[in-house]
Design a binder for this molecule. Structure first.
Ligand SMILES: Nc1ncnc2c1ncn2[C@@H]1O[C@H](COP(=O)(O)OP(=O)(O)O)[C@@H](O)[C@H]1O
Ligand SMILES: [Mg+2]
Length: 241
């Protein structure tokens, strides 16, 4: 079976500090997987390794059966960093086109895709605005559109809905589910419980360790609690002991 994401005993140290330890992740094609954990748990570290931006200290990571980093699969990955990577002096439209060109999308295909994505992130009327003039949440939405412009098969989103209002967050999730139906796999990090509940599976990360992993429903059953929030608190307490 080819997994969208697979890691084998993945570890990362920053100097003496062990940020990630013995991580074994398996994310199936068409699965939406949520990584949860407090700040500093190691979420961004995992994502950066998967996207080829950091080298692991130990273990291996694969995207669609290709060991990362690997140029061959870079166009299969759609990565949205926690800190948005946009050209602040360019317009929304110019930024999206920059990313589209980077991935070699044909000009006649860009326009249609750009329109679809700008409507999805509710920024169509802002397409000629310079990034500098947008709010933080709006920049996040542009960044998401840039991430999706080349129809990636594996989408990796680091806190994609920070600063996004609740209504738009729901529309993001409708879109994620549409992508999932097409067989696209999504790995995302979030702090929102309502969002975690929408994932097929969740991994709970604490101090670089995966301390629990299951579907939201089964995590609640496993801990004999009645909300995901309580389930997480219980797991965190168990592992602090
Ligand atoms: N470049 C770095 N140098 C040293 N420590 C780092 C570096 N990047 C991250 N860390 C540390 O590694 C831990 C995990 O960080 P990170 O992966 O960003 O966590 P998260 O995304 O879950 O907040 C944190 O304690 C952080 O301070
Ligand atoms: Mg982070």
């Amino acid at each position: 079976m080819i997994f969208a994401v697979k890691t084998i005993s993945l570890g990362k140290s920053y100097g003496d500090f062990r940020a990630l330890d013995n991580l074994n992740l398996r994310i199936k094609k068409g699965e939406i997987y949520g990584l949860l954990g407090p700040n500093g748990a190691g979420k961004t570290t995992i994502i950066k390794i998967l996207c080829g931006l950091l080298s692991p200290t130990s273990g291996e990571a694969y995207i669609l059966d290709n060991k990362v980093p690997n140029k061959k699969i870079s166009s299969d990955i759609g990565y949205m960093p926690q800190e948005t990577a946009l050209y602040s002096g360019l317009t929304v439209h110019q930024n999206i086109n920059f990313y589209a060109n980077l991935f070699g999308i044909k000009n006649n295909e860009i326009k249609e895709k750009e329109t679809e994505l700008l409507k999805f992130v509710d920024l169509y009327d802002w397409r000629n605005e310079i990034i500098e003039n947008l709010s933080g949440g709006m920049k996040h939405r542009v960044s998401l559109a840039c991430t999706l412009i080349h129809d990636p098969k594996v989408i990796i989103l680091d806190e994609p809905t920070v600063g996004v209002d609740p209504e738009l967050r729901i529309s993001f999730w409708n879109y994620f589910n549409k992508l999932k139906e097409k067989g696209v796999s999504i790995l995302l990090t979030t702090h929102y419980m309502d969002e975690a509940e929408r994932c097929d599976r969740i991994g709970l990360l604490s101090h670089g360790h995966l301390i629990a992993e299951n579907s939201p429903k089964d995590l609640i059953i496993e801990t004999e609690t009645d909300s995901l929030e309580d389930a997480f608190l219980k797991f965190s307490r168990m592992c602090d002991r």
